[in-house]
Design a protein around this ligand. Structure first.
Ligand code: TXA
Ligand code: MG
Length: 307
């Protein structure tokens, strides 16, 4: 951990586990280090990064939290909530972290290894998911190595990420609470704490979330959704106890007992495993859209979007 902190302070990249997915971290105050993240991922420069800090106080040094933001932060931090906040002029953050926007996305992770790394770094850590840009997110150290081999100073191996889906991204805008990305905290839990109905972002090109591109999380194979009769030769991404019988072909059941949290934790591994089987097509069974199902279906729709 001391070595990881030293690498970050020298402007190198360190990949680390969080409760959601692995992050590809750099010192968020060092522009050269942050630029390395974009280079390593092949990430478009207009897509801003999430800054990770250890506490609400550390977040308040970077950005303005309204009373409504504070209420969400107190309820969900540390944990998989990202708040998009107005940047403070004296934040010390590199400009490219927020891709020139006047806001910055901030989150306080819960994973003990992420927290230890923040302590060792002694600075805010900018970290997108640790995958090639546009590819399936990484939920194990092996996934990180497969995508970013040779481009990262160190990978901290914390095993599988417990939640497996990225953080929920929220922007409080006056009296509106906007869901910019569904994620590991179901929208209804956030609505309950915010005491407001969440606005869903409908415009794909919205400048508030420049990174929410239609095609994302894409495996090599073609992905088809809501399939009840899988094609011969296609791999099957299944959910629940009643899976169509198959004599041949690859099947990965996200949760045989139909549990959405278990399905979320398995999603990105499943997409990688089925993709590696070499099939041309992955057929996905219907998955309920309530609770965590909203984020699961969001990722699957992006995986299936035309490229
Ligand atoms: O769970 C997570 O959030 C993981 C872990 C590593 O913390 N991180 C993650 O980062 O998913 P990334 O870069 O894959 O996704 C961050 C998303 C992008 O879609 C980006 O466009 C959006 O956050 N974002 C970042 N800054 C923003 C801003 N100022 N305004 C709107 N959206 C922003
Ligand atoms: Mg990502």
């Amino acid at each position: 951990m001391a070595e990881a902190g030293a690498l970050l302070r020298c402007g190198e990249l360190v990949a680390f586990p969080t409760e959601t997915v692995y992050g590809l971290g750099a010192d968020a105050t060092n522009g050269t280090a942050v630029a390395r993240i974009f280079e390593a991922k092949g990430r478009p420069r207009f897509n801003p990064l999430i800054v990770h800090v250890a506490s609400i106080e550390a977040a308040a040094a970077l950005a303005e939290l309204s009373p409504a933001d504070l209420r969400l932060a107190e309820a969900f931090w540390p944990g998989p909530l990202t708040l998009v906040l107005p940047r403070r002029a004296d934040s010390g953050l590199s400009d490219i972290v927020s891709a020139g926007l006047d806001t910055v996305a901030v989150r306080v992770p819960r994973h003990p290894i992420a927290r230890a790394l923040l302590g060792a770094a002694g600075s805010p850590v900018a970290a997108p998911s640790a995958n090639r840009s546009g590819h399936v997110s990484a939920t194990t150290a092996a996934h990180v190595a497969a995508d970013l081999d040779g481009q990262v100073g160190m990978i901290l191996d914390g095993g599988s990420c417990p939640q497996g889906l990225e953080s929920t991204i929220i922007r409080v805008d006056g009296r509106e609470v906007v869901l910019l990305r569904p994620g590991a905290i179901p929208a209804d839990e956030i609505a309950r704490v915010a005491d407001a109905a969440l606005q869903r972002r409908t415009d794909e090109a919205s400048p508030r979330a420049p990174g929410q591109l239609a095609s994302h999380y894409a495996p090599r194979a073609q992905v088809r959704l809501n399939i009840t009769e899988p094609a011969p030769g296609a791999a099957l991404l299944a959910f629940g106890p009643s899976v169509p019988r198959r004599d041949v072909g690859f099947v990965f059941n996200l949760s045989p007992r139909g549990d959405l949290a278990e399905a979320a934790a398995n999603l990105f591994t499943a997409l990688r495993v089925l993709d590696q089987s070499g099939v041309g097509r992955i057929d996905v069974m219907p998955i309920p859209s309530h609770g965590l199902g909203e984020a699961i279906n969001d990722r699957l729709r992006r995986a299936a979007a035309p490229r």
